[in-house]
Design a protein around this ligand. Structure first.
Ligand code: ADP
Length: 209
């Protein structure tokens, strides 16, 4: 069977982004949903595409693994991030330990006087200080934190899988989620290995909780 140009384009769109809704295909092709209806009907009847109610169109020749990786690519940081725990650079190492316990987190994001991201402080940064001979009350965290511009961060619309790759390649546990503010970055969230583990469980259909 000979496909017309639009039908070929529809197949390309579905291959790339399955599952895709009719609405999304129409948007990409700059036509109305009604214009597409006959093409979608033909492609579904000829079994190029498979339509699942409330989910969208799949390309029938697509392997499970490409479907899964498409779905993983669509998972965005904004849907999995948690609230950030932010501490001022002038706080002491002792105060940072307290904040970690009280807030039950393993990484603190550090901000300067303007409230802009200036560093990250992890458990090991504090342990290193604790095994030194300094008094934790007198060590400012600005002295022991990892600092900008060497901070790895992400934005809410980044893909979760890209964050996961950064956590692995940089050997860290958490990234601040930021947005631009003035000439710096404002911390709006936190994404950690725990958030990504939850995303992984959700992908498999959720927990029994
Ligand atoms: P832990 O120290 O509890 O194992 P991490 O593995 O996250 O936690 O931290 C390891 C080191 O990397 C620490 O020195 C920390 O300051 C630094 N670090 C943590 N997160 C980041 C980040 N997002 N960007 C840059 N450095 C970071």
């Amino acid at each position: 069977m000979e496909l017309n140009e639009r039908q070929k384009k529809i197949i390309e769109i579905v291959k790339e982004g399955a599952p895709v809704t009719g609405e999304q295909i129409a948007e990409k092709l700059h036509v109305t949903r009604a214009t597409l209806r006959p093409d979608l009907a033909i492609l579904t009847m000829a079994e190029f595409l498979d339509a699942r109610p409330r989910v969208g169109y799949f390309y029938t020749g697509q392997t499970l693994s490409t479907l899964l990786s498409n779905q993983i690519r669509k998972m965005k940081v904004r849907n999995y991030q948690s609230l950030p725990v932010v501490v001022k650079e002038s706080s002491s190492a002792y105060e940072a330990v307290c904040a970690m316990f009280l807030e039950d987190v393993g990484s603190l994001f550090i901000v300067n006087d303007q409230g802009l991201l200036s560093g990250v402080l992890s458990r090991k940064d504090l342990l290193r200080t604790a095994i030194g001979s300094q008094d934790m009350n007198h060590v400012p965290i600005s002295m022991i934190m990892s600092r900008m511009p060497n901070i790895t961060f992400c934005r809410s619309d980044d893909a979760v899988i890209d964050v996961a790759e950064l956590l692995i390649s940089r050997e860290i546990d958490a990234l601040p989620v930021v947005r631009a503010k003035g000439d710096g970055l404002e911390v709006v969230g936190r994404i950690t290995k725990t958030n990504i583990t939850k995303a992984f469980v959700e992908l498999a259909g959720g927990t029994d909780e």
